[in-house]
Design a protein around this ligand. Structure first.
Ligand SMILES: CC(C)(COP(=O)(O)OP(=O)(O)OC[C@H]1O[C@@H](n2cnc3c(N)ncnc32)[C@H](O)[C@@H]1OP(=O)(O)O)[C@@H](O)C(=O)NCCC(=O)NCCS
Length: 188
């Protein structure tokens, strides 16, 4: 895996040493409440280390997942969030951003580059992501990317069981949108 780049961000492949900064930023109710209930809560003091060492890094080694940490080009030593792609039937992308950096369009920017990687480097035919209907920021990112809701269901999140939607975009739809002038969020 290589480091990816957007106009404001470096997306650096995950390393075990990233657990220290993740452990500080990630365990916030606003971040975890609409994440799947496999995220332990209350978050244990070794939660990030355990997840990276036992789940994320082994999946990367097997070629089943691609995890990056997000860093502002202006301050690359500070981890500000994470984005991941996963080989799976219905859950192919996940992301979170530290609270101080939310609301500036940063995850929209990261999603453009990472979604393009899914289709045009890894070569998958479709990308699917389930989201809690109440998770407005996450849904808005899918909407802006030209994704469609293909199913509705209930799912269990850290904060409880809620209505959810399965969003999808195909490679053909992605590349058609990408080629259309004025529809692509700012990347490079
Ligand atoms: C989801 C998340 C990564 C978004 O990161 P971000 O960098 O703040 O998102 P962006 O700034 O790129 O903006 C996302 C869009 O949602 C909109 N948005 C943000 N908060 C919103 C809210 N509460 N209600 C409605 N829209 C909202 C933004 O205005 C923006 O849309 P716009 O470009 O049309 O203005 C961040 O909120 C987060 O970490 N949430 C917790 C983890 C999570 O839920 N992950 C996804 C699981 S499916």
């Amino acid at each position: 895996m290589k480091t990816l780049e957007t106009s404001r961000l470096w997306l650096r492949p995950l390393e075990l040493g990233d657990a220290r900064q993740t452990q500080i930023l990630f365990p916030q109710w606003e971040i975890v409440r609409f994440l799947t209930n496999s995220v332990p809560w209350p978050y244990p003091p070794d939660g990030a280390l355990t997840y990276y060492r036992n789940v994320a890094l082994p999946a990367m080694s097997r070629g089943d997942a691609w995890h990056w940490t997000l860093r502002l080009k202006a301050n690359p030593d500070q981890l500000i969030g994470s984005i991941a792609l996963m080989r799976s039937a219905d859950e192919n992308r996940g992301f979170w951003l530290g609270i101080p950096w939310q609301g500036q369009g940063l995850m929209s920017e990261a999603c453009e580059t990472v979604t393009d990687f899914w289709f045009n480097v890894l070569g998958f035919p479709a990308l699917r992501v389930p989201k809690a209907t109440l998770n407005l920021a996450s849904r808005r990112i899918s909407e802006k990317q030209g994704m469609r809701v293909i199913a509705k269901m209930e799912r269990s999140y850290v904060s409880g069981r809620f209505p959810a939607e399965l969003w999808e975009i195909t490679a053909e739809e992605w590349n058609r949108r990408k080629d259309a002038p004025g529809t692509r969020a700012e990347t490079l």
